[in-house]
Each structure stands twice: as structure tokens, then as C-alpha cells.
Design a protein around this ligand. Structure first.
Ligand code: MRU
Length: 378
């Protein structure tokens, strides 16, 4: 069974795996309200662009089901309640557009059904069904991304190397960052399942260590041939132990293909270009923001200073990690810190954007992607 981060069943509720405790402990926490979902997203107990969007939708479904007074409200009052709760969850994290995609879809559906039926019960039923659909679609989309990405990469490398692929990934884009399966890690999972993966390197992904804590955990769990490296080792790694592709996820992709993803992605793309390595971005269509022309309009989350100056990990006893966590400080108190959670990789440095509908590449001679043009063809 593959790992999962989100469990939901109507009637049973929504539970999230607390990712702050991984890989040392697996603790599932209930999410009975939108306010609790906001807190868990903000604290990064759940993280990863698709997982955040799915969590928001399912939390709304759970609260609509559990608050027995809501379906008895006049439909206009229910809409006001829904709008206020969607507005609040929108303030949890700013960069991943999947959250706003879920919010927009839920709000559009609420308005459509309210207009048509004037029934609060019907609005609730439609939103619960939509949230379940968003959850299910993400799994399906990731599996499709895995297949498309694998097929593209196999064709992009010399035929005699196509069954011995070596790749590098950054941050965590796997089952823990999505409804299941993963985006960039989904492609790597597909390569492994099809016996085409020779080796995967994963970066630590400082300062939050999504790579060493979460991706390394997924790779170990799946028994893939994998090696952990620090973020600062990548250029030398590409020189000493070449890989065929760097495969990353995305938090928001602009119309021209500029891609916001975990801090450090931009420098990986520069290193990839310098070493002739393919740079692949993998993301469902819920990660595209067609309202923005390029990456300069993407809001970048600033994270707290303590993430840089302190490190949290498991206490080691007799050479083995325990489930006891400890935080230690590695930089002097009072040191100034700049801690953007994401950066923007210019489209020019990206070779392919893999979606559930296929792979977007640039027209010959173009430095940017025509995302809107691609979407018209699918
Ligand atoms: O800060 P995080 O852990 O939420 O950042 C996650 C990433 O940047 C991922 O690469 C991105 O969300 C894609 S997850 C499929």
C-alpha cells in the first residue's frame, strides 16, 4: 500500500497525517472544521500544492455535514457562511494556486446550485459531491502525469539509455503532497514500476527538509534505488554522476510557463541547463494560473526566521532515532534571515511541463510556453 496524507469518508470525517512528525511518527489528526484546516495548512502539517487544495475542499464538506443548523438556513445565509469560510481559508498560504482553484470551484458550484434550486440542502449536497470529486480527480490526474512524464522522458533520451534512467527531484511531490501517487514523484514512481529507473537523487530541500524528511521517507518506503544529497551538492553531482532529468513539481504556473516551486528549484534549473540535463515540471491543471502572464505576478510566501536558524529532528538513542523530537539552534540568536518559501523558474529554463492532459513543450525557437494554446487543444 502506498503512503497517504489525507483520509476522508463521508460520515467518518477528514484526517490528515501530521507531516511535522514524519518520518519518525505517523499521527493522524482530525479536521472537523475549516478553521482547523486553516491551522493545519498554515502550520504545514499538510503541505504540497494539490494536498492543500484537496484539504480545503474536504474540510468544507465535513463542516457542512457536521453543522446541523447549516441546511436549515435560508440559502442566502448559507452562501454568506460559505463565502466567509472560503475567504478565511484563502489566507492560510499564498503561493500554491491549487487552494484558490478549489475555492473558486466550490464557490461557483454553491452559487450555481443556490440560484437553480434555492435549497440549502441541495447546496450542501453539491459541495460535498464536488469536494469528493476534487479528491478523486487529483489521484487520477497524478497517475496520468506519471504515465505522460515517463513516456516523454523515455523518448527524450538516447534509446540505449531509456531503461536505465537517472533522475533528481527536489522538495516532496509524492503521495504526501497530493491526494495520492504524486506529480514529479509520480513520474519517478511510474519509471520505477516500469523498470526504467536506475537511480533517483533527492535533495534535502532546506530549510524545511521536505526532501530529507518526506521524499526520502517515500523513496525508502517504496524501496526505490535512491540517494539523498544536500541542495548545495547538485551542480557537482551533475558533473560527477550525470542524471537524465531533474523532475520537480509546481505551486503555480503562469501563462508563459514561468513556474513557482519550492525555493531552490531555480538554481536546479540553472544547473540543469549548464549540464545539458532535461528540466521537467510536473503539475495538474489545478496548478495553472491563467490570470497571470508571467512569474513576476506570483505571490511568494515568506516563512519565519526560526526555520533557518533552528533544526528539528528525532532524538537519537543507542544509534537509533526515537519518536522524541528535539529542536536545536544552529545560527546565532538575532541573526537576520531571508526565508522565501518558493522561487520562480523562468520558462526559458524548463524543457517540459507534464500535465494529466499531456506534455507541454515550447514551439521551436520560443523561450516560453503557450499554456493557453495547449489548453485549447485538450
Ligand atoms: O512548502 P511546501 O512543502 O508546501 O512546498 C511544496 C512544493 O513546493 C511542491 O514542490 C509543490 O507544492 C508541488 S507538490 C505536488
Amino acid at each position: 500500500m502506498s503512503l497517504e496524507a489525507i483520509r476522508y469518508q463521508r460520515g467518518t470525517g477528514l484526517y490528515l497525517l501530521n507531516q511535522l512528525l514524519l518520518p519518525h511518527e505517523s499521527v493522524w489528526e482530525p479536521v472537523p472544521t475549516m478553521a482547523e484546516a486553516h491551522a493545519q495548512i498554515k502550520l504545514m502539517k499538510v503541505r504540497g500544492a494539490p494536498a492543500i487544495g484537496v484539504t480545503a475542499a474536504l474540510a468544507l464538506a465535513v463542516e457542512l455535514d457536521s453543522r446541523k443548523n447549516l441546511p436549515t438556513l435560508p440559502v442566502a445565509d448559507l452562501l454568506k457562511w460559505i463565502r466567509a469560510h472560503l475567504d478565511h481559508i484563502a489566507t492560510s498560504r499564498p503561493t500554491a494556486v491549487n487552494l484558490f482553484d478549489s475555492i473558486d470551484k466550490l464557490w461557483a458550484k454553491a452559487q450555481e446550485v443556490a440560484e437553480k434550486t434555492k435549497s440549502s440542502v441541495e447546496v450542501r449536497e453539491a459541495l460535498v459531491a464536488l469536494a469528493q470529486q476534487i479528491f478523486a480527480d487529483d489521484v487520477k490526474d497524478n497517475v496520468a502525469i506519471g504515465q505522460h512524464g515517463m513516456e516523454w522522458l523515455v523518448k527524450a533520451v538516447p534509446a540505449d539509455q531509456a531503461s536505465q534512467l537517472r533522475v533528481l527531484t527536489h522538495c516532496n511531490t509524492g503521495s504526501l503532497a497530493t491526494a495520492s501517487y504524486g506529480t514529479a514523484l509520480g513520474i519517478i514512481r511510474s519509471l520505477h514500476a516500469n523498470k526504467k529507473l536506475a537511480h533517483v537523487y533527492c535533495t534535502e530541500t532546506r530549510p524545511y527538509n521536505q526532501g530529507s524528511r518526506l521524499t526520502a521517507y517515500e523513496l525508502t518506503y517504496e524501496k526505490m534505488p535512491a540517494t539523498l544529497v544536500t541542495d548545495s551538492m547538485v551542480s557537482f553531482l551533475l558533473k560527477q554522476h550525470p542524471v537524465h532529468a531533474i523532475i520537480v513539481g509546481a505551486d503555480r504556473i503562469a501563462r508563459n510557463g514561468d513556474t513557482a516551486n519550492k525555493i531552490g528549484t531555480y538554481q536546479l534549473a540553472l544547473a540543469a541547463r549548464a549540464h545539458g540535463v532535461k528540466m521537467m515540471v510536473a503539475a495538474p491543471l489545478t496548478t495553472f494560473d491563467l490570470a497571470i502572464a508571467d512569474g513576476s505576478a506570483i505571490p511568494i510566501e515568506q516563512r519565519p526566521a526560526h526555520e533557518l536558524i533552528r533544526v528539528t529532528g528525532a532524538v537519537v538513542k543507542n544509534g537509533m532515532p526515537t519518536s522524541e523530537l528535539a529542536t536545536v539552534q544552529v545560527a546565532p540568536q538575532g541573526m537576520n534571515v531571508w526565508n522565501p518559501g518558493f522561487d520562480v523558474t523562468p520558462a526559458e529554463l524548463i524543457d517540459a511541463i507534464v500535465t494529466e492532459q499531456g506534455v507541454i513543450t515550447k514551439a521551436p525557437g520560443s523561450k516560453v510556453f503557450d499554456v493557453a494554446g495547449f489548453l485549447k487543444t485538450v
